[in-house]
Design a binder for this molecule. Structure first.
Ligand SMILES: Cc1cc2nc3c(=O)[nH]c(=O)nc-3n(C[C@H](O)[C@H](O)[C@H](O)COP(=O)(O)OP(=O)(O)OC[C@H]3O[C@@H](n4cnc5c(N)ncnc54)[C@H](O)[C@@H]3O)c2cc1C
Length: 388
């Protein structure tokens, strides 16, 4: 039996595995994919996330291979455009997730975690005793054959559509917001700089990021109603959005898709009361709204650290109080940012909100720069003293 089984070898799973392996725990990390693998993302690691990775000693390959991101350009529907450089010279990085996730996973393996690729988790093993239920491991499928893996603690780090959290009815897609994302890489896009870009439009937004190799990452996020087949032809959808956008059409007029686009949705996942002995949630599996603020990786990395600490706590002292302590630690760490993100998303979700924000940005651009610094988790950099 393993001490800890981690399902999902994305950033949350890899970071949790590294911490646990370094602590001397027998940890097995499973993923249904073979690595390196692709993952739809804006591909930016904000300064706060980078600081956390530096603190963990995991940032060297990201600093080596990633492009420097000095801040964000935010534009509104009526031509307002504000460049907000991160304060005090701090920066983030842009690196495709295929490379980022592989770099983190390799460090987990080097720390002693046992990695099993192409291993899909089908369901949790739920055990009942004395009127309470707990998770005792998972059932996996390898080459079409099912087998049982048991562990003293299981960490679900299996992303937004967490097989474990959905199977246990800990997670659900809320009725609202109902947004989908389409993302693609373009060659030959014009006007890229060392700034990430967020182009906020009525009812939708488009993120653009420069990534290594001269490519541009483009992610469009917009609502989708039942029966809406706009996402059925994502290449045409993206082409149309870029062509009608006054700030982007010239820059993408000569651009070509480097790979077919990827569609993801519905994005929002709500997780409530995830208290089950034997199981901890980390990363997107612990809840996801949408990626406008570009900080999902910080929640994944820091959430993984907290989940790893909770797993160590459970191994040393049993499960009593573990979830309460973890929930408290997550609130302490994330509550302000959750509120900030919710407020920002509500503002841009309404056409009126976008208009008000547009006027506000014209009148007080300094406020937008402060918002950009907050979205980049720049406060974490000074707290940790782990700048560039
Ligand atoms: C359009 C978009 C743009 C984004 N842009 C940014 C950005 O620029 N910056 C940022 O910080 N965040 C961004 N995010 C958020 C970020 O991508 C996520 O927060 C991050 O990937 C979460 O990491 P994770 O490890 O929790 O999950 P994931 O990275 O999704 O990893 C989960 C892993 O679990 C595996 N898995 C799933 N199910 C199973 C199963 N049943 N059995 C075994 N393995 C399984 C998967 O193969 C995967 O490897 C964006 C998200 C979206 C949708």
């Amino acid at each position: 039996m393993d001490d800890v089984l981690i399902v999902g070898a994305g950033p949350a799973g890899a970071v949790a595995a590294t911490i646990l392996a370094r602590a001397g725990v027998r940890v097995r990390l499973l993923d249904r994919a073979a690595f390196p693998r692709d993952k739809l993302c804006g591909d930016t690691v904000n300064p706060g996330t980078l600081a956390r990775l530096r603190r963990l000693g995991l940032a060297a390959p990201i600093d080596d291979r990633g492009l420097r991101v000095d801040g964000m350009r935010v534009t509104g529907p009526r031509g307002v455009a504000i460049d907000g450089r991160y304060p005090d010279g701090v920066y983030g990085r842009a690196l495709i997730r295929r490379d980022l996730d592989w770099a983190l996973l390799q460090q987990a393996i080097a720390a002693g975690a046992r990695f099993e690729p192409s291993t899909a988790v089908r369901r949790p093993i739920v055990e009942s005793a004395h009127g309470s239920t707990s998770v005792g491991g998972v059932v996996v499928s390898v080459n079409g054959r099912e087998c049982v893996l048991r562990a003293r603690a299981t960490v679900a780090a299996d992303g937004r559509r967490s097989t474990l959290a959905f199977a246990l009815r800990l997670a659900r897609h809320p009725a609202r917001p109902r947004r989908w994302a389409v993302g693609a890489y373009y060659e030959n896009a014009g006007g890229l700089s060392s700034l990430g870009e967020m182009h906020i439009r009525r009812g939708r937004y488009i993120g653009v990021a420069p990534i290594p190799g001269g490519l541009a990452n483009v992610c469009l996020v917009k609502p989708s109603k039942a029966g809406d087949d706009a996402f059925g032809d994502p290449a045409s959808l993206l082409a149309a959005e870029l062509a009608r956008d006054p700030l982007l059409r010239d820059r993408f007029a000569g651009a070509r898709l480097a790979h077919p686009p990827v569609v993801l949705g519905p994005l929002a996942v709500e997780v409530g009361g995830a208290q089950m002995s034997g199981l901890l949630l980390a990363g997107d599996a612990a809840g996801f709204i949408d990626p406008m603020t570009g900080d999902g990786l910080r929640f994944a990395v820091r959430g993984a650290e907290l989940a790893a600490e909770a797993a160590l706590d459970s191994l040393a002292h049993g499960w009593n109080g573990v979830h309460d302590r973890l929930a408290k630690a997550r609130r302490r760490e994330f509550a302000r940012k959750w509120r900030f993100n919710r407020a920002l998303r509500s503002l841009v979700a309404s056409p009126r909100g976008v208009d008000v924000a547009n006027i506000g940005a014209r009148v007080v651009p300094g406020l937008v720069r402060r918002i950009i610094a907050a979205a980049g988790d720049c406060g974490t950099v000074s707290d940790l003293g782990a700048g560039g």
